[in-house]
Design a protein around this ligand. Structure first.
Ligand SMILES: Cc1cc2nc3c(=O)[nH]c(=O)nc-3n(C[C@H](O)[C@H](O)[C@H](O)COP(=O)(O)O)c2cc1C
Length: 508
């Protein structure tokens, strides 16, 4: 007993000295290492303490988000908007108290409420995509899940999104990585995206495989196809999946080597001009017998006009030699039916991505606030608005954003990041690093374990449902029976902090 007590006394009397010695030796080692390394100037000039800078820089993101940033300040999404999505997803009350904290900026929308709000309950309107193809797609929903590839997002995230989409009756776009088993067997309506690398439907040389495309099209859950020309966050650049996210499963699905970055080409090898584009659209529709759309971000509205007039010119050329007016019109219409895309997904330059160069994310492509009114005007001017549905995406995550887009001319809206928030995304901005703390954009099993697909699928559906409910509230306040009937008459746009003008005047 005495020996044991003596041993502990001995240890305790020397322990503080030993700890101090280890600590001081550690500091000396760090000091020497900092002084002698040449990579970091701050550490060389301020040994040991200079290291704190890196830690603070890393932690600053979180401090700003939780303690310092105001509700309407954060980027890309402010806390007020994210909170609305979180509450909707968790089926908590989205009601607000006391008054608005939203400052009015130039370009912001204000809905034109009516003296006579609509009080009836109209059946939701059906929208038909691809009315001239053998299998048109009909939906009464307006708000859907935008493309995010399996690869950019994790398997549990895909599972939750697919199950949530099925529950809410909205579509989910596969993104350019091809369709996973979860997409194909989950029972939700799927829009299959054909990216420039044709993942999932490619031949060895990267061209489109009609056989593989037909197999995908034969799946009843796949309702439409979307040919991706560009994406708002990185127009002019193909998809980027960093090497550490290319797992064996993802590599197999895409038909590429495991552990090597997956970089898609900037364009489709089949599409070198607008005529090629229309031929490709027609070809995909003939093979799939389903509606086919295109996704792009507009940079140059003149080029977009040229894209549409190429179609009109093709139709005019086909009907030029016909003199009888009905037959002439029919020949013209037949070309439009055969070659026009069934929908255009217009992505905003302010859109999201799993990974992109900062210069493109920050400064390439028109924001939706600019492009949507222009594109809608052009479709109307060229008499294509009824033929081609307009789907808008790009930071449209709250009912105000979505209703603005509907008023401006969109027929439907999709969001990627809105649904990521519904899955629990905290905007940690780690999507490109395989270290997403919420398991959404990582293939690290430890981090994925926190994301329960069943629990989160309920949130995905709840977000979509609450969105549709509140869109209806806005529509009714404007005296309109359903969100699909919102138009420019129902909104004003702030042209300066003091003045709001009718949307029709601002967007004419
Ligand atoms: C993680 C992530 C992955 C994405 N992957 C794709 C993709 O594969 N194909 C595509 O066309 N767009 C992709 N996008 C862009 C979105 O589909 C969408 O166009 C864009 O984020 C704008 O919508 P949002 O602002 O609502 O997120 C991705 C976006 C994110 C955040």
């Amino acid at each position: 007993m005495g020996i044991v007590t003596g041993f502990f006394d001995f240890i305790l009397s020397y322990l503080p000295g030993v700890i101090l010695l280890v600590f001081v030796s550690g500091l000396i080692l760090l000091y020497v290492s900092d002084r002698h390394q040449v990579d970091h100037t701050i550490r060389r000039n301020y040994p040991v303490v200079g290291r704190l800078r890196y830690k603070f820089e890393e932690m600053g993101v979180f401090f700003r988000q939780y303690f310092f940033a105001q509700d309407r300040e954060e980027m890309p999404f402010n806390r007020a908007d994210r909170t609305w999505v979180y509450q909707a997803a968790k089926q908590e009350s989205t009601l607000q108290a006391f008054g608005s904290t939203r400052l009015q900026h130039e370009g912001d929308v204000l809905f034109a409420n009516s003296v006579f709000p609509y009080t009836g309950n109209e059946e939701p309107q059906q929208q038909v995509f691809g009315p001239y193809c053998p299998n048109p797609y009909s939906t009464d929903k307006i708000f859907h899940i935008s493309g995010m590839s399996f690869g950019a997002i994790s398997k549990p995230a895909v599972k939750a999104l697919v199950a949530g989409a099925r529950e809410a009756g909205v579509w989910i776009n596969t993104g350019e990585g091809g369709a996973s088993t979860e997409h194909l067997q989950g029972g939700a309506d799927v829009v299959y995206q054909i990216g420039t690398a044709k993942y999932g439907v490619r031949n060895a040389d990267g061209s489109l495989s009609d056989e593989k495309l037909k197999i995908v099209a034969d799946n009843n859950n796949v309702k439409m196809f979307e040919i991706k020309l560009s994406q708002g966050a990185k127009p002019g650049k193909g998809g980027i999946l960093p090497a550490d996210k290319v797992t064996a499963e993802i590599a197999a699905q895409r038909g590429i080597p495991e552990g090597k970055a997956s970089i898609s080409p900037p364009t489709h090898q089949e599409i070198q001009c607008f005529d090629d584009l229309y031929s490709f659209i027609r070809h995909v529709r003939l093979v799939t017998e389903k509606p086919v759309g295109i996704k792009l971000c507009v940079g140059n509205i003149g080029e977009f006009r040229e894209m549409l007039t190429t179609l009109i010119n093709r139709a005019s050329a086909a009907s030029a030699d016909i003199s009888e007016s009905d037959a002439k019109q029919k020949a013209f219409d037949d070309v439009i039916k055969a070659f026009a895309p069934d929908f255009i997904t217009l992505d905003g330059g302010n859109g999201g991505t799993g990974a992109a160069p900062m210069s493109l994310i920050d400064a390439a492509g028109m924001n939706l606030q600019e492009s949507l009114p222009l594109v809608s005007n052009l479709l109307t001017e060229l008499n294509l608005k009824d033929r081609i549905k307009l789907v808008a995406s790009g930071k449209l995550i709250t009912p105000v954003d979505v209703a603005w887009a509907l008023c401006a001319g969109a027929d439907a809206v999709t969001t990627a990041r809105g649904f990521m928030f519904s899955l629990g995304c905290i905007q940690a901005l780690q999507c490109h690093k395989n270290s997403c703390p919420t398991g959404i954009t990582t293939h690290d099993k430890r981090l994925q374990a926190g994301l329960d697909p069943i629990n989160k699928s309920v949130r995905v559906a709840a977000y979509a449902n609450e969105m549709h409910k509140e869109l209806e509230t806005i529509a009714k306040s404007c005296g309109v029976s359903s969100p699909a009937k919102l138009s420019r008459k129902n909104a004003l746009i702030y042209t300066s902090n003091q003045h709001a003008k009718p949307m029709q005047e601002v967007y004419k």
